[in-house]
Write a protein that binds this ligand. Structure first.
Ligand SMILES: *[C@@H]1O[C@H](CO)[C@@H](O)[C@H](O)[C@H]1NC(C)=O
Ligand SMILES: *[C@@H]1O[C@H](CO)[C@@H](O)[C@H](O)[C@H]1NC(C)=O
Ligand SMILES: *[C@@H]1O[C@H](CO)[C@@H](O)[C@H](O)[C@H]1NC(C)=O
Ligand SMILES: *[C@@H]1O[C@H](CO)[C@@H](O)[C@H](O)[C@H]1NC(C)=O
Length: 239
């Protein structure tokens, strides 16, 4: 009898310690599971470093929040686990305001070129390095080579993002003042209503998701476990 009681407690204990059950911030929010985890809800081994999500404190309509290096806070609209894409937007509908602080090379995400996407039906982005200028008026000929940053323009200044692939991008034109550089972001980041997609290029688990299997980290070694069901702890070598 006591053996059964001991077994019961052992099973309960291990179940409680391994609680990586998928969750979400609100009814309409994206499911949060490996390689993501919900901070303060899932233990660290439920996700990879850099994949921590949190919920906004708004309890009536909680949104899902991702922090990107260095200090960029974005809302998560959708997570496509099969294609390894995360759809983000700026909480104030003005990404350019935050781009100055964005360093994607310190994050586990990339802005995907079309050729980086696993499915040709997904639309990729034209990724580039940009200089952002503040000008008293529209410099001649800049329509062709620049994106007007609507949400930063106004009050007598026009803000433009110029791709570094243009030779003239550093030219001090029309009393324009260079504000900052932005590295490796897609053009859409400068549009007002940007829904940006980022990809996590972790090779890990990709084949498994395509087969309808799931992954998580083992608690001890932080090695990868492939599990057939989210509740299952059966270890499988590969997909
Ligand atoms: C909470 O969400 C509701 C619905 O989206 C919104 O009207 C309200 O302003 C939000 N409250 C805060 C404190 O953000
Ligand atoms: C971005 O992050 C990478 C990796 O942490 C670092 O090497 C690089 O200097 C950073 N770039 C900028 C512009 O801060
Ligand atoms: C791409 O879209 C077409 C038409 O909607 C569909 O038939 C095809 O299966 C899709 N390809 C993939 C890889 O999803
Ligand atoms: C942007 O700049 C980085 C660092 O200088 C470079 O490695 C990268 O290739 C550039 N990207 C493009 C699209 O030019």
């Amino acid at each position: 009898m006591s053996v059964y009681i001991l077994l019961f407690f052992l099973l309960r204990f291990s179940a409680a310690k391994d609680d990586c059950t998928p969750t979400r911030c609100s009814h309409h929010g994206p499911t949060i599971r490996f390689p993501f985890r919900l901070k303060n809800h899932h233990p660290p081994h439920c996700g990879y470093p850099g994949f921590d999500l949190s919920c906004s404190p708004n309890t009536t309509s909680a949104t899902t929040i991702l922090h990107l290096p260095v200090s960029v806070k974005v809302l998560v609209n959708d997570i496509d686990y099969k294609s390894q894409l995360i759809h983000i937007k700026d909480p104030n509908s003005c990404f350019p305001q935050q781009l100055r602080n964005l360093n994607l090379s310190a994050a586990p995400f990339i802005a995907p070129f079309p050729q980086d996407l696993p499915n040709p039906n997904l639309s990729g982005s034209f990724v580039g390095n940009f200089s952002v200028f503040s000008c008293p008026s529209t410099p001649p000929d800049w329509e062709r080579i620049s994106e007007r940053v609507t949400c930063l323009s106004g009050h007598g200044r026009e803000v433009y993002a110029v791709n570094h692939m243009w030779d003239t991008y550093e030219a001090p034109m029309m009393r324009c003042r260079k504000m900052y550089n932005v590295w490796s972001v897609p053009y859409e980041a400068f549009y007002q209503t940007a829904d940006l997609q980022l990809r996590w290029p972790l090779a890990v688990c990709r084949g498994c998701e395509a087969e309808g299997k799931f992954c998580r980290l083992s608690q001890l070694a932080r090695a990868l476990w492939v599990v057939i069901g989210l509740e299952s702890s059966d270890e499988v070598d590969s997909c």
